[in-house]
Design a binder for this molecule. Structure first.
Ligand code: SAM
Ligand code: DTB
Ligand code: SF4
Length: 320
């Protein structure tokens, strides 16, 4: 059961996802405690280094130039500002710092050099460094690797079948190609998806199949609950059933035993009890701080209180 597998079928994933809830959580716990500590989660901090005005039309995204969401367009942040934020993140207990840019793909030239400086600086502070900058060529991935980048985030978001309903300005294969470029560079892969975009259960299994059929598995799998932002086409989507969200996390944990499964966007909508269920189901990371990229996130104090109540703690050190 616990040997890593890269050939999970949609049927197998469907069977796991739909197990009686106690069975599913038991399976997930069993895998979780074999590969991870159950009383520790990693704190990550996000920073938007280049906000808004993105040419892509991702239906969930407040930063797309296609929608009126009130997100102001800003140029690339200075290296100093980014490193100041990284230092603050470290002081508040984060061990991974993720820099996000609203780009379709990574620009060459001065801006890329500036991002490379940020990566070097973040590593110098003693944090894991992650970037999410859009599509990436092989040579760009190699330069990020050289700068010391720990991980590159590039989400598959949903199933190949549903992808076209959410984004029309790029195709699934382009996402897979970037993941391949990252993998070749030696930078670890962070890739996951979003629940609550109007996808069917089959689309969720399809996303999990795509992720788990990668060899090696993505080292990091963020599971986001859609943050419904006014002005985006998905502003009025129906809420996700909390048990479906937990099922998604548990299934990801079982089929990708060694990966970090990250309880990502959407935590403001979750009660303490729901978050505790996510940890029981194998989530072992959260984003900390009052802001994700452009949307709010629970305050540091609330997270600290929750972890205290659960007798859990944050990773003391970066692992990479
Ligand atoms: N532009 C780059 C890209 O798309 O790869 C990097 C930044 S983009 C904001 C990073 C990820 O944030 C997206 O792939 C998506 O999964 C997630 N995201 C964006 N808006 C979201 C929302 N409203 N709710 C949940 N996740 C969201
Ligand atoms: C991921 O999967 N979730 C994070 C991170 N990777 C980059 C982003 C969430 C963004 C939520 C919407 C916003 O704050 O703009
Ligand atoms: Fe642009 Fe990324 Fe937002 Fe899509 S998800 S609109 S690529 S910033």
């Amino acid at each position: 059961m616990n040997n890593l597998r890269y050939d999970w079928t949609t049927d197998e994933i469907e069977r796991l996802y739909n197990l009686p809830f106690p069975e599913l959580v038991f399976e997930a716990q069993t895998v979780h405690r074999k590969f991870h500590k159950t009383d520790e989660i990693q704190g990550c901090q996000l920073l938007s280094i280049k906000t808004g005005g993105c040419p892509e039309d991702c239906a969930y995204c407040p930063q797309s130039a296609h929608y009126k969401t009130g997100v102001d367009r800003e140029g690339l942040l200075s290296v100093d500002k980014a490193l100041e934020a990284a230092q603050n993140a470290k002081s508040s207990g984060a061990t991974r710092f993720c820099m996000g840019a609203a780009w379709r793909d990574v620009p060459d030239g001065e801006q890329f050099e500036q991002v490379l400086e940020m990566v070097k600086g973040v590593r110098g502070i003693g944090l894991e460094a992650c970037c999410t900058l859009g599509m990436l060529r092989e040579d760009q991935a190699a330069r990020l690797a050289e700068a010391g980048l720990t991980a590159y985030n590039h989400n598959l978001d949903t199933s190949p079948e549903f992808y076209g309903d959410i984004i029309s300005t790029r195709v699934y294969d382009e996402r897979l190609k970037t993941l391949e470029n990252v993998r070749k560079s030696g930078v670890t892969v962070c890739s996951g998806g979003i629940i609550g975009m109007g996808e069917t259960a089959e689309d969720r299994y399809g996303l999990l199949r795509q992720l788990s059929n990668q060899n090696p598995h993505p080292e990091s799998v963020p599971i986001n609950q859609l943050v419904k932002v006014e002005g985006t086409p998905l502003e009025s989507e129906a809420d996700v059933d909390v048990f479906d969200f937990v099922r998604m996390i548990a299934t990801a944990r079982i089929i990708m035993p060694k990966s970090m499964v990250r309880l990502s966007a959407g935590r403001l909508e979750l009660t303490d009890e729901a978050q505790a269920l996510c940890f029981l189901a194998g989530a072992n990371s959260i984003f900390m701080g009052e802001r994700l990229l452009t949307t709010p996130n629970p305050e540091r104090d609330r997270d600290e209180e929750l972890l205290d109540k659960l007798g859990m703690k944050l990773f003391a050190e970066a692992t990479a």
